[in-house]
Ligand binder design. Structure first.
Ligand code: OAD
Length: 233
């Protein structure tokens, strides 16, 4: 593990599972409870905004009941103590990385605690329900939507992510099924550019064959152990 000066980490729902947040594709997961096309597409929002706003209100409220776990705090430790370049990219819309102590988190699928105004296009920090159509704090229009990326929309900050993947010596994927692009393609992008690649996941992901190394088990155990290895190398 010597000679590592640039790391890109991608996290998914599995890193927050031990905190009590449902993943998407497990048995009983969010996409078994709700139809993707109803609650996670622009068309679904246009058809039934109350349903969509209520879905994200419920998920935002659930954040108050959960806490970061050992995997989140280990990545915050890595941010503080790793001397090289580190980019933490998450597909998660929860705030558990931040509450675990990470200051620099790139939320490529947006955030539950952010509102996007469809009138003035300004983003505001947001902690309250939206289904009651509150006014935008900037322009006062009742046109807020959750600042999350829906299917058919472009994930955030892709140029920055791809630039970091080109520079990376190590790409680590944590707690993601590898079912959703473009994130599922990051491993091949990094590997082609010369990075070592490591999967830390409860079970082999859909893309597991693309990684140089895969370790399987709960993130709360695997991630602190891996962080310790990096920092003591
Ligand atoms: P998924 O639900 O697809 O996958 C979660 C992964 O985490 C699975 O491979 C599980 O095996 C693994 N897992 C579960 N518990 C774990 C644990 N304790 N430790 C480690 N791994 C664990 O969630 P994502 O891959 O994050 O997008 O889903 C990607 C995107 O699909 C989401 O961001 C969301 C969803 O549709 C949008 O909504 C745009």
């Amino acid at each position: 593990m010597t000679d590592i000066s640039s790391i890109v980490i991608l996290t998914g729902a599995g890193i927050s599972a031990e905190s009590g947040i449902d993943t998407f594709r497990s048995a009983g997961g969010l996409w078994e409870q709700h139809k993707v096309e109803d609650v996670a597409t622009p068309e679904g929002f246009a058809r039934d905004p109350d349903l969509v706003l209520g879905f994200y209100d419920m998920r935002r409220e659930a954040l108050a009941k959960v806490r970061p776990n050992a995997a989140h705090t280990a990545l915050a430790r890595l941010e503080r103590e790793f001397a090289g370049e580190l980019l933490l990219v998450t597909q998660n819309v929860d705030d558990l990385h931040e509450r675990g102590g990470s200051d620099q988190v790139l939320h490529m699928h947006g955030e539950l605690k952010s509102a996007l105004c469809l009138s003035c296009e300004v983003r505001s920090r947001w902690d309250a329900p939206m289904a009651c159509r509150p006014p935008c704090p900037v322009c006062q229009a009742s046109s807020l939507r959750p600042d999350v990326v829906w299917f058919g929309e472009m994930p955030y900050q892709m140029e920055r992510i791809y630039a970091a993947l080109q520079r990376a010596d190590l790409f680590v994927s944590i707690g993601t099924s590898g079912a959703v692009y473009p994130a599922a393609g990051f491993v091949q992008e990094a590997r082609t550019a010369g990075a070592q690649t490591l999967e830390l996941n409860l079970e082999p992901s859909e893309g597991t064959a693309h990684f140089h190394e895969a370790r399987h088990g709960p993130a709360g155990a695997l991630v602190p152990q891996w962080v310790e290895e990096v920092l003591s190398a």
